[in-house]
Design a protein. Sequence first.
Length: 330
Amino acid sequence: MTGVVGAVVHAAVGDLSPTGALLGLVAGVGLLLVVTRLPWSRRPVLDDRLAPYLRDAAPPSRLLGAPVAARPDRRGPLAPLERLLAPVMTDAVAWVERLLGGAASVRRRLDQLAPGRTLEQFRAEQVVWAVAGAAAGGVLGAVSSAAGRGLSAVPVVALLVVGGLCGALGRDQALTTQVRRRERRMLAEFPTVAELLALSVVAGEGAVGALERVARTCHGELTDELRRTLADARAGASLVQALEGLADRTSLPVLARFVDGIAVALERGTPLADVLRAQAQDVRELTRRGLIEEGGKKEILMMVPVVFLVLPVTVLFAAYPGLAILDLGR
């Protein structure tokens, strides 16, 4: 099939034999993939045939399931390629781990971002980003060297290495940016959550009941952390220990003060509602000061279009009639 398509494309393009062969190969592979994935070309496996009759059955326990090594491999056109690249990906992940290090910092940021993600998954993503960066750097080096006097291997290899390092470090920086964005959203949600907790406490709820009510009725990043804290408390930890875990998972001083305030209120009998309201007011004041500082920093940037765009146009409109009159007077 590939040969026939190649011959047709070769006849269409004329004497360009490399181009015809390449186009024929691409067209043949694409046509082969289309034909093999047609509905009548796919034979249903036994699992697909029995699935409609077993939908109402209770799912088995994961503890009783087969181990990962004994489970059947996934089927598909890329399954052999995945099995071939699995050892290479494992070695690449280990190499990136030895080169970059900082496993404790990465684990902390992953725990701040999402509790289900592992360090191995993040290292695999770093490998993918490094390969993409190296490919982009290699292409850029080949194009730049070919545009000069001739193709040289030095800029290609240099940009290849630089692109790979930029890809790996860029994934780490992207993780840091995601954590910072999540913490900013948590900081924006904190005053509302603190006020709701204070209302629940005033209504007669205890500390645990107030946290459960807010976690059940609200949605957001901070509410997700409260749900995780309640899960730790139900698992056997005390409420103060679970809240300390919440403060340890984030780098926000506001949440650390929140945990300290609740701990002091529970141990010494301080009115919890007043503490929560005071903390909410402090966060609002902190947010307002942050907005004022950010506006002051951007004031100079706001002057750039005024000085370089608006002011020259204004001067031109003001001076052009006089210049035109002087030109006519001559």
